[in-house]
Ligand binder design. Structure first.
Ligand SMILES: [Ca+2]
Length: 429
């Protein structure tokens, strides 16, 4: 055992979980500055999180389903691009070199260039929320043909005065970069049904990816908030609503032609997959074409799923997690006709966005899947082989930030958008 590791293990016994895994407490990083990421005091092959599993009595369905061994393959340094954003939710990269950032509430789109100061909110979204309602924004992405069409897609919701009857919706608009505005805003999908404030929490989904044919996949949360996992959560199992679903749309918002329930009586035609709890991230592996999703589970049950056409992901009938008082939920951990997660986190990491690494800056990270975490530990690099997670590496652990988004820049750097207005950038040292 080396000296580093010994002192690291000593500190594990003294520090509160989950940050015990990190080694050196470091001061916040000022904007524009960078430093090498401290080497974590975790032995290759061990699990990074010192906390014990919450659901240890449930054996995983297969060996690689949880707690993959730690592996670090590339040194890296971390810079703080800015700490001046509002409630940042997602970041997209424009061909001009600028970034387009969405902020959740109040909903705003801003440019961010090489300076650390974001632009004023872009004009053009003023009339998107109905009169008297406030606009909330989630993901913003460029259309596959953006270079020609200048079209962006974004997910949004409305905060209604005296209550909150809304759901996750999808719109597109034309971006006028020089004019700092969007125009021709068109709403192409409204999630059904709208649900009230106490069913909001953060279970709104909202992440968007494009299929090879230009069709759109969007994730929707179950919006259950009562913690008894009954009426609202059961909507994730029913096909007459959009809650707890992956929906699949054509570029103008019509249901995609290959959707699985087009001929099922009473089913909404936009549904692609169902039985999700609180989906937070969605990404397509460019190498295999597989679609991956991460979602918040209950205690001990954050899931990583491979999304298949028409499949049922089980919530709230099966789950790997337990409820907050510590009791089992639903019927158990597995059931015929319901998908097992490809991987689950126990204890949870508060999964958020994710992205596959395809850049050139870090050859050792090629095909790794980066997952953002909202528990204040950092982002996670996963190595995947044959549809299974074979290694896990927490990163940016010294920043103690709740990470909302992670994206790979055209420069090959990894960008992590954190709460409190921060955007981090990871590059080689
Ligand atoms: Ca599930």
């Amino acid at each position: 055992m080396n000296h580093w590791l010994k002192s690291g293990l000593l500190s594990l016994a003294l520090l509160p979980a989950p940050l015990a895994a990190q080694t050196v407490a470091t001061a916040p990083l000022p904007p524009g500055e960078s430093r090498e990421h401290p080497a974590p005091a975790i032995a290759d092959g061990a699990y990074w999180d010192p906390r014990p599993p919450e659901t240890a009595k449930n054996a995983p369905a297969f060996k690689e389903q949880t707690r993959a061994p730690f592996k670090s393959v590339a040194p890296h340094k971390v810079s703080l691009v800015t700490d001046k954003l509002g409630q940042g939710w997602s970041v997209a990269f424009l061909p001009s070199g600028k970034m387009l950032v969405s902020e959740k509430l109040p909903g705003a789109l801003r440019f961010l260039d090489a300076s650390d100061t974001p632009s004023a909110p872009l004009a053009g979204l003023e009339n998107l929320a109905a009169a008297g309602h406030k606009l909330g924004l989630m993901e913003v992405v460029l259309a596959p043909d953006f270079a020609k069409s200048r079209r962006i897609y974004f997910s949004f919701f409305e905060v209604v005065e005296k209550g909150f009857w809304s759901n996750t919706n999808l719109a597109y608009a034309t971006l006028d970069e020089d004019g700092a505005k969007v125009s021709d805003v068109k709403v192409i999908f409204r999630g059904s049904p709208a649900v009230p404030l106490n069913n909001s929490s953060s279970k709104q989904g909202g992440r968007i990816v494009f299929g090879k044919d230009g069709s759109i996949f969007l994730i929707m949360g179950d919006r259950d908030a009562n913690r008894h996992w009954d009426y609202m959560a059961m909507l994730a199992q029913k096909l007459d609503n959009h809650l707890g679903k992956v929906v699949h749309l054509m570029p103008e918002g019509a249901p995609a032609k290959d959707n699985p329930f087009l001929k099922t009586k009473g089913a909404l035609p936009e549904i692609w997959a169902y039985g999700l709890r609180s989906p937070q991230g969605l990404a397509i592996d460019p190498k295999t074409g597989r679609m991956w999703e991460v979602e918040h589970g209950p205690r001990g049950g954050d899931e990583l799923n491979i999304i298949k056409r028409g499949a049922n992901y089980g919530w709230p009938v099966i789950t790997r997690g337990i409820n907050y008082p510590g009791e089992p939920i639903g019927e158990g951990v597995a059931k015929k006709g319901m998908e097992q997660p490809a991987y689950y986190w126990d204890p949870v990491i508060g999964t958020s966005a994710m992205a596959f690494y395809q850049g050139d800056l870090f050859p050792a990270w090629k095909n790794s899947l980066f997952v953002a975490g909202l528990r204040g530990v950092g982002i996670y690099r996963l190595e995947i082989k044959g549809g299974k997670v074979v290694a896990e590496e927490p990163m940016l652990t010294d920043q103690k930030a709740r990470m909302r988004d992670v994206k790979i820049g055209p420069d090959g750097a990894v960008y992590a958008l954190a709460e409190r207005g921060k955007l981090f950038k990871i590059t080689p040292p």
